[in-house]
Design a protein around this ligand. Structure first.
Ligand code: AHM
Ligand code: MG
Length: 331
C-alpha cells in the first residue's frame, strides 16, 4: 500500500447524524430523546425516498399516478410513495400526534394523543422535476402541540405561526442527498454516504452570505409582476447578477444558502397569494434561512410571524441573503 493510500484510509469519516444528534441533544431546550428520535425517523424515511428516486428511471415508477392532490395538481407516483414513507416512519416512531402534508386535505391524526409533536411536511416538493432527473426535496417543520396531552389533536395545534417551530429542515435529493436542519441553534448539513448508509456531517454551522449575486424567480411570469418587483429585478440585471431557477424550491434554496442569493415566488394575477404554502413549504425554509443569518418575507412581513388561518394557505415568498431580501421587499 502506498503512502497516499495509507493516509487516505486513516482519514476520519466524520460525525454521522445519529452521533451529532446525541451530542447536541442536551444543548436543546426541549432536550428529550423523543425529538432526537423524530429527526432520526425523518432521516430514515429520507434515505428510503432517496433510494426510490435513484432508481426511478429504471423501476417504471415515474409518471402520473392518475390522481389529484388537494390543490388539484397531478400526483406523481413518487409523491405518493414519499408521502407513504414519511407518514409510516412518523407513525411507527410514536412521537408525532398529527401530520399536515401537502398531499392530504385534512390533518392526519396519528391517534397518538400522548405524543408531543406536530409535523408539517411536503414529502416531495418539485416533483414535476422527477421525470427529467432534476433535484427534488422534502421540507419539514416540527412543532410542539399546544392542546393538552392526551386529548384529541386540535386545529390550533397545527395552525401555529412559524416562529413556534422547534425544529425545521429539508432533505435535498440532488447529485448527493443532503439532510439540512436546525433546532434553533444554527444550521447543520449532512451529506448521504451511500456505501455506509449514513448522513455524515459535511456542512457545520451553515451561514448564508449577507449579500449575494444570484436571483431565482420564474421570469416567464414577469409580465404579471408588480412594479417594485420589476424594479428590483432590473437592479439585479443592471448589476449583472446571475439568474438561476431550477423550479425545485429546495434545490434553489440550497444553492442560494451556500452561495448567497434570493429566491422569489411573488403574487401574480393567477396566484394572488403566491404559489407556495406557508405551513409546509415556506415556514421551514424561513427558519433555516434565519438561523443561517438570512431572512424570509412575504413582501410585507416576516414569514415566521404570520398566523396561519388554514392548512393549505399560500403566501408570496422572498427568501435568502438578508440584504437582498431587504432590498427586494423595500418598495
Ligand atoms: P409543488 O409543491 O407542486 O412541487 O410546487 C412547488 C414548486 C417549487 O418547488 C418550485 O419552486 C415552484 O413550484 C415552481 O413553480 P413554477 O413552475 O410556477 O415556477
Ligand atoms: Mg410542494
Amino acid at each position: 500500500m502506498g503512502k497516499a493510500e495509507k493516509s487516505r484510509i486513516a482519514l476520519p469519516v466524520g460525525s454521522n447524524l445519529d452521533r451529532f444528534i446525541m451530542k447536541n441533544q442536551e444543548a436543546f431546550k426541549y432536550a428529550t430523546g423523543e425529538l432526537s428520535q423524530l429527526i432520526r425517523d425523518l432521516a430514515y424515511a429520507g434515505k428510503v425516498v432517496n433510494r426510490e428516486i435513484n432508481r426511478a428511471g429504471l423501476a417504471d415508477i415515474t409518471g402520473a399516478y392518475g390522481a389529484e392532490n388537494v390543490q388539484g395538481e397531478d400526483q406523481q407516483n413518487l409523491d405518493v410513495a414519499a408521502d407513504i414513507r414519511f407518514t409510516r416512519a412518523l407513525q411507527k416512531g410514536g412521537e408525532v400526534a398529527a401530520i399536515v402534508s401537502e398531499e392530504n386535505a385534512d390533518i392526519i391524526d396519528l391517534n397518538n394523543p400522548r405524543a408531543k409533536y406536530i409535523i408539517a411536511i411536503d414529502p416531495l416538493d418539485g416533483s414535476s422535476n422527477i421525470d427529467v432527473n432534476v433535484s427534488v426535496g422534502t421540507i419539514f417543520s416540527i412543532y410542539r402541540r399546544v392542546s393538552p396531552l392526551g386529548s384529541p389533536v386540535q386545529m390550533e395545534d397545527v395552525l401555529q405561526a412559524g416562529k413556534e417551530q422547534i425544529a425545521a429542515g429539508y432533505i435535498l435529493y440532488g447529485s448527493s442527498a443532503m439532510f439540512v436542519y436546525t433546532t434553533g441553534k444554527g444550521v447543520n448539513g449532512f451529506t448521504y454516504e451511500p456505501s455506509l448508509g449514513e448522513f455524515i456531517l459535511s456542512h457545520q454551522n451553515m451561514k448564508i452570505p449577507k449579500e449575494g449575486n444570484i436571483f431565482s424567480i420564474n421570469e416567464g411570469l414577469s409580465n404579471h409582476f408588480d412594479e417594485p418587483l420589476e424594479a428590483y429585478l432590473n437592479l439585479c440585471k443592471d448589476r449583472s447578477y446571475s439568474a438561476r431557477y431550477i423550479g425545485s424550491l429546495v434545490a434553489d434554496f440550497h444553492r442560494n444558502l451556500l452561495k448567497g442569493g434570493i429566491y422569489i415566488y411573488p403574487r401574480t394575477p393567477k396566484v394572488p397569494n403566491g404559489k407556495l404554502r406557508l405551513i409546509y413549504e415556506c415556514n421551514a425554509l424561513a427558519m433555516v434561512a434565519e438561523q443561517a443569518g438570512g431572512s424570509a418575507s412575504d413582501g410585507k412581513q416576516r414569514i415566521l410571524d404570520i398566523q396561519p388561518k388554514s392548512l393549505h394557505e399560500r403566501v408570496p415568498f422572498y427568501v435568502g441573503s438578508k440584504r437582498m431580501v431587504e432590498e427586494a421587499t423595500m418598495g
